[in-house]
Write a protein that binds this ligand. Sequence first.
Ligand code: ATP
Ligand code: MG
Length: 487
Amino acid sequence: MRFHLLASGSPLRVREAPACLSRLNGKAGKLHMVLDREIALTDLTDRSIEISSGITPRITPRAKHPISRRMIDEEALKVLYRLYHHGYLAYLVGGSVRDLLLGKVPKDFDVATNAHPHEITNLFKNSRIIGRRFRLAHVFFKGNKIVEVSTFRSHSEFEEVETEAGEIIRKDSFGTPEEDALRRDITINGLFYNIADFSLIDYVGGMADLERGIIRTIGDPGERFQQDPARMIRVIRHAARTGFPIDGATYEAIFRYRDEIRKCSPSRIRDEFLRDLKEGAARSSLQGMLETDLLLSLFPEFQRVFGDRSASRENNKQFFLSIFSLVDQLVQRDRTLPEAVLFALFLFPLIQAVTPEHPYLGDKERHLYLAQTIRWVIHQLLVPFSFPKGTKEISYQILMARSGLERAIQKGGIPRRLRMKKYFKEVVLLHGIIAEAKGEKVSSVLRRAVPSDLLPWWPKEIEIERKSHLLRRRRRRRFPRRFIPPR
Ligand code: ATP
Ligand code: MG
């Protein structure tokens, strides 16, 4: 194996050198030259420890950024150090660096390295290679904890790259740290935290965009969205989560390429879209999708509900957004809403829009009519994205039951048959969220039928009532008859 150092261009910051040098020392490689401040290495074999670069990254030393090792997950640190001590580059990447800089607690800590997957699994006995499109390693720790370690890539796993020979490359296109930063979606997600000296490495202008508070794609937005249209959903979600505006060119490109979203694989749309609904910023994400019309490109049937700017359509939008702002409130209080309830809420405005009132229909016909409408809406909105069949079925059941519940409450009671359903709580959740979004009161009959803390906006008088009831019962128990002393 021969290694050459390049004297011109392709600089690697000297602070990255120790890791490379220690890696080289272990091999039969020869080091030809060390420049004063910078070195660059080219591996002439097919192995890619090349760290050559066209861009000089902005390096922020430890003293100039707030990320301390105490803020990093213990297991992720172990992984970073182990890789580093074995001579590999080891960076914390993606969402974790972004969140730490924003003062948030990251959901997960991902690691990127120049070690190849099999080298990673050699280093960590508690690891396994996963991934069909791009192989990466999962390192397992106690308590089902996983640290994801991926080798630097030259392009995203979701892009298809055509070589000069016309070959489509998808798998294992390992790359340099710079290439790995450039293949990422938005600038604030392209930052690296280097365990070698605790500095931040920024090839993409992510630090400046974090400081200014803006969401921008890495590279030309039009090109990046055509390569992988799911990035449009991601841009809107990150804007919703951070509260940052979307950069003008990025926003225009979403508007322009919004119809490309249908080219994306249904399972990817499903995964990204579910994250939108579940992660606590659903209202702003959906608002962004409505403003850019991306929502209509994804779900053309929504044209009937939100299609133009008429007053009724505006009301529909406000109702839809209020539903999801209530969902966000619940998520922020650590309540996990079942997927079936989320889907049912998502479908509800369309069901309402296409179910006109038929005053002459009897109960049976109305039931059949509603059943068909719900099935049709599920078919239009959920089936194209292969949402799980079981969940779709529960959504159908609880939407039907909600309508039954509404009629039962009007008559003054909840039939036992409905109370005994195994998804009764979900039906009440659905009903409670919809009623609150409409500004309607929910009858106390219904509130008494479920745990008093099911929905945080429900008045607490029931709880007080229940407590006093319990007290009364307890008091009776405390002085049982047989202990009353005879006079
Ligand atoms: P979260 O906090 O929600 O996990 P995240 O930014 O970590 O946000 P992930 O889906 O976990 O999002 O992705 C990890 C990283 O992978 C991202 O930060 C981004 O750099 C990169 N990435 C994810 N999806 C894409 C994509 N479609 N195109 C390019 N890069 C992507
Ligand atoms: Mg993540």
